[in-house]
Design a protein around this ligand. Structure first.
Ligand code: ZN
Ligand code: ZN
Length: 356
């Protein structure tokens, strides 16, 4: 905060608060806000009826609960004191920011991205452990998919998505974040919403799924993986396209390491897909950071020249999406080590045929 010239951080809903304290604010109309002055003890302003959910951490923050007839904005404004530069979590509801601006028109706001973003992007050992536990869990589900343990043919995408969601919880996550299941031509839509389409023989089924798994302190870390299978025999066109993608993804995984600009990892996958003539069908960035949020810094995208650092965790997930035909994406999560980048998801990366 001193480096950034920030006098006070204000954290409400969103990942910064649980990352710092282990307490996650309810996304409600009643304000929860941790006020963190640069030079004084932090205070958690929390609705009285939610106080029982707070595990007291006197070493980290004091608790100021507020009753139904009190004005929490006034309480926060009072705690802000004479500060002139505030950093507020970017997921904070606009309503609360506007009310704070009205209460303290002199206060200048920025987001906590400049203060907490760089801290969250570098994972310590316990965070890497938590990410590994979550990655191992989705690796096992991917292996179940590839082994034919998850029935596909004759089920709808939505049914398979619900099945994968149950497995995400059964493998120890406390929350399902997403379970994209896209069959056939639907796989050409990167963020397809699983629906009523029934999965047929001999088609691509793209599965991209992940959840959040609480660590020992109650802070949740995310998993994220994509694998594609074919319900029968892949066509020669599928095989040709997938080979390009698999080669590109491997190049992306090999490209990372300390000091490597994030955009170089993007270039590593894109160059190969471009050279094979599929460049226009790879329309998204190569990856994203991952931690307490499923998408966070560092983003693996052209234009992000920031060098990767030891402890960064990020996805490599190139895709090739052929409209009205099919699509493929292959996604792994990597952690930057002293010598390179290590993939912490490791399910088979080949295009497997499944009898399911
Ligand atoms: Zn991802
Ligand atoms: Zn994903």
């Amino acid at each position: 905060m001193a480096e950034q010239g920030v006098d006070v951080c204000l954290l409400s809903v969103g990942p910064d608060l649980p990352w710092l304290t282990g307490y996650e604010a309810m996304p409600l109309e009643r304000l929860t806000m941790l006020v963190v002055p640069r030079d004084a003890h932090a205070t958690l302003v929390v609705p009285e009826l939610e106080r029982p959910r707070v595990r007291p951490r006197d070493d980290i923050f004091a608790i100021r609960s507020w009753g139904e007839t009190e004005d929490p904005i006034a309480i926060v404004a009072n705690l802000i004191g004479t500060a002139s530069q505030a950093a507020i979590g970017e997921r904070t509801w606009a309503r609360f920011l506007v009310e704070l601006q009205n209460a303290r028109p002199d206060l200048v706001f920025e987001t906590t991205a400049s203060v907490i973003g760089p801290l969250r992007a570098v994972k310590d050992q316990s965070e890497v452990q938590a990410l590994r536990r979550a990655a191992d869990a989705v690796d096992r589900i991917a292996a179940q998919l590839q082994a034919g343990d998850i029935p596909l043919i004759g089920r709808t995408e939505a049914e398979v998505s619900a099945d994968i969601g149950r497995r995400i919880l059964a493998e120890g996550h406390h929350r399902v974040n997403f379970a994209i299941v896209a069959a056939g031509e639907n796989a050409a839509s990167p963020h397809h919403e699983p629906g009523s389409r029934v999965i047929q023989p001999n088609e691509v089924v793209l599965c991209d799924f992940g959840g959040t798994m609480a660590d020992d302190d109650g802070v949740g870390y995310c998993s994220d993986i994509t694998r594609c299978v074919v319900t029968g025999s892949p066509s020669s066109r599928m095989t040709e396209v997938y080979e390009v993608l698999q080669f590109a993804e491997a190049a992306g995984r090999a490209a990372g390491g300390p000091g490597v600009p994030a955009e170089d990892v993007d270039s590593a996958t894109r160059t190969i897909i471009d050279a094979a003539g599929f460049g226009q069908w790879f329309m998204h960035r190569t990856g994203h950071g991952i931690g307490v949020e499923e998408h966070e810094d560092p983003y693996i995208v052209l234009g992000n020249s920031l060098p990767l650092q030891v402890g960064n965790a990020y996805s490599v997930e190139p895709g090739i999406y052929l409209p009205d035909e099919f699509g493929f994406r292959l996604e792994d999560i990597l952690v930057v080590t002293e010598t390179g980048s290590e993939s912490i998801t490791n399910a088979n990366r080949s295009l497997l045929s499944v009898e399911a």
